[in-house]
Ligand binder design. Structure first.
Ligand code: URA
Length: 202
């Protein structure tokens, strides 16, 4: 097992045993799994969503329901294979009725996301939706953190991480495209911004 896989496994174990989470009981009552993350541990591009939905919590995999199908189509539209990226969320357990994550939940789970970023060291952090965008831009002290996703989507924000320079690409959440064709067009256009970061061997 690679060193990164070993480190990521420790994060998984800690989340599995996170009995202090306000979402823990809901997880066990419903036989849900926590959703840790999935993909290439050496990915150049990491996608960060909000929190698992029902399908994700049932399968323990991120973006495997309706939003995941949109994400897969968007990845395909830029010839990016899902197995070459890493996909995760800020909050690792499903909030009841898909409500927005609470501040306390983001605070509890975000250190795990921070560890995942530091282990995988992606050159590009593509945030899906406003929760992950706000968290990541604040974390890296980006002046753009004051701006809204409606202004920042599809742009590249350079940040300095503990492992070097990285690019944050804020994107709308794929769920936004489910019932809104114009949001889908916007997402397709915004995903094209990622092509500059895709190396020819992917
Ligand atoms: N929405 C998210 O933000 N994450 C998932 O994993 C699925 C849906």
């Amino acid at each position: 097992m690679s060193e990164r896989t070993e480190q990521l496994r420790k994060i998984k174990d800690a989340i599995v045993n996170l009995t202090e989470s306000p979402l823990y009981e809901y997880r066990t009552e419903n036989n849900y799994f926590p959703v840790i993350g999935q993909g290439n541990h050496y990915a150049d591009i990491m996608f960060i969503g909000e929190a698992p939905g029902k399908n994700e919590a049932e399968q323990g995999r991120p973006f495997c329901g309706a939003s995941g199908r949109v994400l897969d189509e968007l990845l395909e539209s830029i010839d990016l294979k899902r197995e070459n990226v890493y996909v995760t969320n800020i909050v690792k357990d499903r909030p009841p009725n898909n409500r927005d994550p609470h501040k306390a939940e983001i605070e509890l789970y975000s250190p795990f996301l921070e560890q995942q970023i530091d282990i995988i060291q992606p050159n590009v952090i593509a945030t899906l939706g406003r929760f992950s965008m706000e968290f990541i831009l604040k974390k890296y002290d980006a002046p753009e953190a004051k701006q809204k996703i409606s202004q920042l989507h599809g742009t590249v924000v350079k940040v300095t991480t503990g492992y070097g320079e990285a690019s944050v690409v804020p994107l709308f959440h794929p769920a936004a495209a489910l019932y809104n064709p114009s949001q889908r067009t916007t997402l397709e256009d915004d995903f094209k911004v990622l092509t500059q970061f895709i190396s020819s061997d992917q």
